[in-house]
Design a binder for this molecule. Sequence first.
Ligand SMILES: Nc1ncnc2c1ncn2[C@@H]1O[C@H](COP(=O)(O)OP(=O)(O)O)[C@@H](O)[C@H]1O
Ligand SMILES: O=P(O)(O)OC[C@H]1O[C@](O)(COP(=O)(O)O)[C@@H](O)[C@@H]1O
Ligand SMILES: [Mg+2]
Length: 420
Amino acid sequence: MTVTTLGPCRFRSPRSGFVSEDERVPANIIRGPGRDDDPGPLFELAGPREMLFFDPPRVRAGIVTCGGLCPGLNNVIRSLVRELHGGYEVREVIGFRMGYGGLDPRNHHEPVVLHHSSVDDIHQQGGTILGTSRGPVDVAAAVDNLIRRKIDMLFCIGGDGTQRGAFAIYEACKARGHALAVVGVPKTIDNDVLYVDRTFGYLTALEEARHVIDAAHNEARSVENGVAVVKVMGRHAGFIAAGATIASQDVNFTLVPEVPFRLDGEHGFLAAVIERVRDRGHAVVVVAEGAGQDLFPAEPKATDASGNVKLKDIGPFLAKAIGEAFAAAKLPLTLRYFDPGYQIRSRPANCEDAVLCDMFARQAVHAAMAGKTGMVVGQLHGTFIHVPTALIASGAKQLDTDGLFWHSVLAANQQPDRFG
Ligand SMILES: Nc1ncnc2c1ncn2[C@@H]1O[C@H](COP(=O)(O)OP(=O)(O)O)[C@@H](O)[C@H]1O
Ligand SMILES: O=P(O)(O)OC[C@H]1O[C@](O)(COP(=O)(O)O)[C@@H](O)[C@@H]1O
Ligand SMILES: [Mg+2]
């Protein structure tokens, strides 16, 4: 599957180490001879192209960060600016402020000019120097503004919602015949973006979650019948809960959206916690925010400004249920509850994420300079690729509960496959 290119590439690149337009990375691993395995989509390899669509010194680039915070946003901004200025000698890079809202001039978020020096230290800070937002964007007004400002390429740093917005901008530009390269960089601590082995921010989130789990474990095991409940982010996917369980090895129960569970009954979650505490004196529970949503009464679903369904708060719900179950069993309990979501996602990037951010950003610039559009930089099998945005927006990645990763969770925490 190829990505759209804006037109013929007529300018010679100042970079080196070019990749060929013919190299492809299959989505799926072929498991062996004699099997009719589907390789899935075949993705273009990311990297510098020998011939460019844009003439570098004439380029005007724009950058926008959208959605929830994520460690590494500033690293990506910095490496985009540095690759544009330093690698290609692009003269004008503009940062749109406060997410997609900043693309619409009626919102009065004046964009900032990003220089080589203005991004010097930003990678050491969490958050985003450009600001971010959720909420609808008037695509027509945004595209009008991009055309008026003569923007040639727009880097959209964000998660699934951002990439759906980027796709709408790409389509609107196509319809209006404006040659804008719209290139996405996949952000989210949730790690739930399709065709991306690892989004930036995810490993920092695991590291931070592990510190909280260490604290939870110390609290739980230092008192009589201590139970610590840690809620981590993860709307529709349990990658943070699962990864932090494996990293910590001190978690006894890991609840994720992909595996529904029952609270009550002989084989329910609550009986398992009581058994564990009777046996070992303490327990650590990690719950992803999207887990157990079916335990709440069905009612019309509220959404946030971006249209994301607002989840019911599983953490306190679980803590209350554990308290009631211990009371019914006439067992003393010391319960500790941790909700470190915002503390985790506002951290600066750790070392692995800093490397990933830089790699994603530079591949995004190479793609845009070659006139690639309607695409996101992805990563599969350790290789950077170009993924059509339509494919990214077609769904979300979830834990494979038959896969190695989830099996490692079950091996680490020794919980049963299912509760109830
Ligand atoms: N289908 C869509 N069309 C246009 N804009 C969208 C669409 N879906 C989401 N957006 C916009 O993308 C931005 C980021 O989306 P959001 O879901 O908040 O975060 P994330 O990108 O991290 O998933 C918001 O401004 C939101 O309104
Ligand atoms: O910022 P809010 O509105 O509190 O949203 C919280 C959500 O943001 C996230 O941290 C990140 O989600 P996005 O990447 O989609 O922005 C989720 O893990 C969490 O569910
Ligand atoms: Mg999202």
